[in-house]
Design a protein around this ligand. Sequence first.
Ligand SMILES: [Zn+2]
Length: 399
Amino acid sequence: MSQFPLPQINRLLFSLMAFVALFFPPFSYGAIPKIEVLIGKSIPQIVIKGENLTKTYFAPHQINSEHEVSSPKKESKTYPGKNTLVLNCETSLKEKWSKGILVAELSSTSGVIEWKNEIFKGDLNVIRQPDKKSCHLVQALSLEHYISTLLGKEMNRNWPIEALKAQAVAARSYALHKMRLRKQKNSDQTYYDLESSEKDQVNGSLSDINSNTIKATSLTEGEVLLNDQKKLDPVFYHAQCGGKTLLPQDVWHEKVANYKKVKCSFCQTTTEGIWKRDLSLPFFLGAIKQKSRKLVKIDDKSKYSEKLRLYFSDGMLEMEKEEFRRLFGKSLIRSNRFSVTFNHQRIFIQGQGLGHGVGLCQLGALDLAKKGLNYKQILKYYYPSYELSKIYGKSFDQM
Ligand SMILES: [Zn+2]
């Protein structure tokens, strides 16, 4: 039994809490940002399903001599009980304008919308294209929800949680970097931060989420990698490096100062990543646009070399491996780790890995997580010059 009467304890607790609140206010991070992701390109007709759908329509108010909308008029229309909405970009949107424009926001009282048999959380924005025949569809959603759906697409959602957490931080950093770029450009013609495609990152729908992806996202909420200037960089990742990671400038001629090449034997524990190609000489010469020349010799030191030399009867041609991969296509040349040999009028290519090879190697991260490394150690391995930093979300005490 308590030695103190109850009201006295309450008063004591209250004074203590007031003291703590006054002198130690809870550390406050910013709110979770919203991201806008292009999920559908050049669609003539959009059919969406939801509950009590609302269409906020942005009608052009004034059109100047260049057919540019100076001030869109907003009209919201709710369709109580209506579960399907059809938007025809060619016939139902008749106004004249020469540039892409936001014409409608679509939302549902349930907070989810179905499009093409996939269920998306958040709102969908319709962007009419300059061709006046089609629209882009943009999903506007919380960045944290975006990360949890993306994990199911960009990694295997049943992989160890530490690998998924490392992937969550990398993908969040990439997305936030893109969001900052859009803000810096300050372009009124850009209605989305990034694309849901191989060009940027593939995001999923509600069906791609499971308890692992939710956990990996919430346990790293607001965490990103910052460079030594405390700024966001494009944080790249790929499926399998094949032995050593590459720098962004090796692949895209885009220099990112903080990147380092690291050795990675962790993705080579299986033979899964080894691929071979046997090509005919005419096909090979056609692909590299040298059909009329006579090939004599190929000089390619190893799968780790960045360039290869082709000797023709009338001269030499030096090619970067990334360019070579671009000419043949990413499905034929699966990574930038390959060597090329020429023998008996056939071209033999032997390679290892999958993807561009820059930044985190996903199969390597899987192996490191299985070995017991946590996500911070995995990130430090593939991005040694970057620091993990929490830039928004709940503080650790509140989680
Ligand atoms: Zn690797």
